[in-house]
Design a protein around this ligand. Structure first.
Ligand SMILES: [Zn+2]
Length: 323
């Protein structure tokens, strides 16, 4: 017969999300994973309606390499097809986004000209904000967005980040704004970029910081994880570890809020609280009905409340290149 303490231990273990034995980290292969819960079900992918069989999956964090990731994910070719279908109206931005402005200021602080490659350059808005002393190149999947870039004088060199390794040219600056979270293997991307930079070249990245405390609290239900196209999540710890393995040194690493310039701070906080109430009501309902099979519908958190993004400037360290 079980005593009270044993019974409580077993009960709390049963409530913890389980990790099926076959799941390992897709970066380092470790099975030392933390399951941070089911991810929010969404049926829209960059403005394209998804078929019903897209599984939102669960959110895992690797204790060894610090990559957080969605599992399961789809084949890379399925993502490429969807990015190519992204409709034109997604790219009708007039003003730069907050993160694009931050990156633009950062580029101008470090360089006054040279060759620059923007991976995932969208409509070319970021590159168009730079002086003519920069020679501008882009990688972009959407055919519609590529047309806008060409009109802006930007040379499109490829349609996917994974194609970077096949490009012979080297650049003074490579930037990747809101790109890392879309990649199946961010570590391979960083490793490849190291071979595409001129000596002392800069890699400028902006993406979410999965180490943010509110994000960690909400796990897979956090708003940034709710986009089905977001499949990999890095953190300041991940960056520090990867720069030990790749020939880069960290020049800047700052946390910032992902601000929507059309929404006031007060509105963001009100929406944050609204989501909290709705999300936890759903969670309680799912637990009441012991429904562990369904993914939640409601996300938690709201852009502009937490410093859940980071801007990273890495410099190629040629002393660390051995071959
Ligand atoms: Zn790992």
């Amino acid at each position: 017969m079980l005593n009270n303490n044993t019974s409580k231990t077993i009960k709390s273990d049963l409530n913890k999300p389980k990790i099926p034995a076959h799941i390992t980290c897709r970066q380092c292969g470790s099975d030392k994973l933390i399951n941070r819960g089911k991810m929010v079900q969404s049926d829209m992918f960059c403005g394209v309606k998804l078929s019903n069989d897209w599984e939102a999956g669960s959110y895992y964090e690797c204790r060894h390499c610090h990559l957080s990731f969605r599992h399961p994910i789809r084949k890379q070719s399925e993502y490429v097809n969807l990015y190519q279908e992204t409709p034109n109206n997604i790219y009708s931005s007039i003003n730069l986004r907050h993160d694009q402005k931050l990156v633009l200021d950062t580029i101008n602080r470090h360089r006054t000209g040279g060759t620059i490659l923007d991976v995932g350059c969208f409509d070319g808005a970021l590159l168009s904000g730079l002086a003519t002393t920069f020679q501008k190149f882009g990688i972009e999947a959407s055919k519609e967005a590529q047309k806008l870039c060409k009109k802006a004088g930007i040379e499109i060199i490829a349609d996917s980040a994974e194609a970077l390794i096949d490009i012979e040219k080297k650049y003074d600056i490579i930037c990747a704004v809101d790109v890392i979270e879309h990649l199946i293997s961010p570590h391979i991307f960083i490793r490849d970029i190291a071979t595409k930079l001129n000596p002392n070249g800069l890699l400028i990245i902006s993406t979410g910081n999965a180490n943010n405390k509110i994000w960690r609290l909400f796990g897979g239900r956090y708003w940034y994880c709710a986009f089905p196209e977001h499949i990999s999540f890095i953190s300041s710890e991940w960056i520090k570890k990867i720069t030990n393995e790749c020939p880069f040194k960290i020049i800047e690493l700052i946390d910032y809020q992902h601000v929507n310039i059309n929404i006031t701070k007060m509105t963001a906080y009100v929406k944050f609280v609204g989501r909290l109430i709705r999300g936890y009501t759903e969670l309680i309902t799912l637990q009441m009905y012991d429904d562990k099979s369904n993914n939640p519908k409601y996300k938690l958190g709201y852009p502009g409340v937490a410093k859940d993004h980071m801007l990273i400037v890495l410099q190629l360290n040629i002393n660390k290149i051995t071959n």
